[in-house]
Design a protein around this ligand. Sequence first.
Ligand SMILES: [Zn+2]
Length: 136
Amino acid sequence: MVRELIRDAAFLSRKSKAATAADKAIAQDLVDTLQANMDRFFGMSANMIGERKRIIAICNGPFFVTMLNPKITGKARKYQTDEACPLLEESCSLERYETVTVAWQDTEMQSRVTILEGFQAQVVQHLIDHLDGKLV
Ligand SMILES: [Zn+2]
């Protein structure tokens, strides 16, 4: 189900809680909402649809990947960049890493590890910041 986007900074500034197997419907709504907003978004965090759970969805070619409880376990090649949040239409200069290793769980709660590079790595770092209540 496509949900309404939440732009309230006070809500978005709060930390999200760990996701569980009971949150599968939220993960699906997140994909549906991302799919409906692909003109501006390359990924979304669950708090953007009003659910303070540690779930993100990203585009991966024609597919979507939902990551529950994503955590950066490795990072390399730091750089400085200007980054904009499509939700808040604000941007700032910050440090990101070219390559990140992300440990996460799928909706069956199976543990996965993915290495991301470049733009996808940046999107995931941005979304994990959202889960931590950090806004650019
Ligand atoms: Zn953002």
